[in-house]
Design a protein around this ligand. Structure first.
Ligand code: CU
Length: 180
């Protein structure tokens, strides 16, 4: 083997070794980053959502401030991208007052509305009473006083997305936080 031949072989081996090291270390870094970001497999996340109220008069000035005093409780729902989301939305008004639940594009959902805002065991649908409506791929669902809805969707887009009751805009607003 000549000196030049040995040099060529050595350079070739060195290049292969460098390529192997680059690939292996790159894969290791990639897997580490992937592990840190995707720390949890998609799962079903279940939440209970209620109407609430802030302690001020919602009449116009001078009696009050003119804002609706209604709010969402909770006003933030946090999930991972890919999770299946199940929300039990309950209208707990002590007066005859409606609330809706509205999501903005790209999010839509399926919903079932029940006549009774109950989570107790009962003879019909676990205490929820009769089904008043079943909705597929909608952006709005409406609940009368004492009604209950199950809202389901997959968190397919990462980001921050408002959910609102447009009857009590702007105060009755919450945010779906989807971690990508
Ligand atoms: Cu409302």
């Amino acid at each position: 083997m000549t000196q030049s031949g040995f040099s060529k072989l050595s350079t070739g081996k060195l290049l292969i070794a460098a390529a192997v090291i680059a690939i292996v270390s790159g894969a290791a870094v990639g897997m580490s980053v992937g592990y840190v970001i995707h720390y949890s497999a998609p799962t079903t996340r279940e939440f209970y959502l209620f109407d609430g109220s802030l302690p001020f008069n919602d009449e116009p000035r001078p009696q009050g401030f003119g804002y609706p005093h209604d709010i969402f409780v909770p006003d933030r729902i946090t999930v991972n991208k890919g999770d299946h989301v199940l929300i039990h939305y309950v209208n707990i008004e002590d007066i005859a007052e409606d609330h809706n639940f509205v999501m903005e594009s790209p999010y839509r959902f399926d919903a079932v509305v029940y006549e009774n805002a109950s989570n107790l065991s009962g003879p019909v649908n676990g205490g929820k009473g009769a089904v008043l409506g079943t909705y597929h791929n909608v952006d709005t669902v409406l609940l009368g006083q004492g009604q209950n809805a199950t809202i389901t969707f997959t968190a397919s887009w990462a980001g921050v997305f408002p959910y609102r009751c447009l009857i009590h805009y702007p105060t009755m607003t919450g945010y779906l936080v989807v971690i990508g």
